[in-house]
Design a protein around this ligand. Structure first.
Ligand SMILES: Nc1ncnc2c1ncn2[C@@H]1O[C@H](COP(=O)(O)OP(=O)(O)O)[C@@H](O)[C@H]1O
Ligand SMILES: [Mg+2]
Length: 260
């Protein structure tokens, strides 16, 4: 569905993503992990065409994304970052309604079908109760859910999430990731996300890409990628990998920093 081939991105003179390739299959959850500053957000922004790239090709359903209009991009993908900015006084419902606009002509108003999709997204993210509240009045987890609801009304084929749990407490982290999993399993939504937490990446992903200094260090299933050696090489940490049962995701227990 999404093919990234030899992607290179530079900021001014400095190249920060080098010859980076991976494929995302329809219906898959792929996570990008790696230390801070390794280029994860840059890769995600390049896919969403928010970041120009100097080399390589990104293909979505057989089409080079450079050839798509902004409206086509918005119909195919939706990107959410760690902290999304909305006017403080916008209500939950109005934010969620924004997701419909890529599907409308500029003069067209929302119709009954749009309203139904908006209600469905509010239900799905358990925000019906908060619909008339300003976004600014929500907690971090609720606000992240409101953005996901907006993404849902956009009906994208692929959801791009940049560290969707970073500013949330653990209960809300769990809640947001469970919602992502439900969208993936029930609606077949393809998801590419940057995750900070190795155990979250391990339990929620079909495929994991490991980035180090803008290079692709590894790619594979959680079982392939989550090894003591990878964690030592990429994060300079000692770790122990446990398998709780035969069908469970590898569980990573970090021990201590490796001494140089
Ligand atoms: N707008 C920018 N201008 C210049 N350098 C940037 C910009 N954004 C990111 N960088 C640099 O590019 C590298 C990758 O950044 P980023 O993609 O944000 O990494 P990550 O998301 O993995 O933390 C870092 O060295 C960062 O400092
Ligand atoms: Mg980042």
């Amino acid at each position: 569905m999404l093919i990234i081939e030899e992607l290179s991105v530079r900021y001014e003179q400095k190249e920060v993503v080098h010859n980076f390739s991976f494929d995302v299959k329809k219906g898959e959850v792929l996570s990008i992990i790696g230390p801070n500053g390794s280029g994860k957000s840059t890769i995600l922004k390049a896919i969403a065409r928010l970041q120009p790239y100097s080399g390589g090709t990104i293909t979505f359903d057989g089409e080079n994304i450079r050839r798509l209009s902004s409206k086509e991009i918005a119909q195919k993908m939706c990107i959410l970052s760690q902290r999304n900015q909305a006017p403080a006084d916008i209500s939950v419902r109005n934010l969620v309604a924004y997701g419909r606009y890529p599907h409308k002509k500029w003069f067209e108003r929302l119709n009954a079908e749009d309203e139904a999709i908006i209600d469905w997204a509010l239900e799905k993210t358990q925000l019906m109760h908060y619909r008339d509240q300003p976004i600014a009045a929500l907690s971090g987890g609720e606000s992240q859910r409101a953005w996901i609801a907006m993404a849902l009304t956009q009906r994208p084929q692929i959801l791009l999430l940049d560290e969707p749990t970073t500013y949330l407490d653990i209960a809300h982290q769990h809640e947001v990731l469970e919602l992502v999993r439900e969208l993936n399993r029930e609606m077949g939504m393809t998801v590419v996300m940057v995750l900070h937490d190795l155990n979250q990446a391990s339990s929620y992903s079909d495929q994991i890409v490991v980035v180090k200094d803008g290079y692709r260090a590894q790619i594979g299933t959680p079982e392939d990628v989550m090894t003591e050696q990878m964690i030592q090489q990429i994060y300079r940490m000692e770790a122990e990998i446990q398998y709780v049962s035969w069908d469970s995701a590898p569980r990573i227990q970090l021990k201590s920093t490796v001494k140089a």
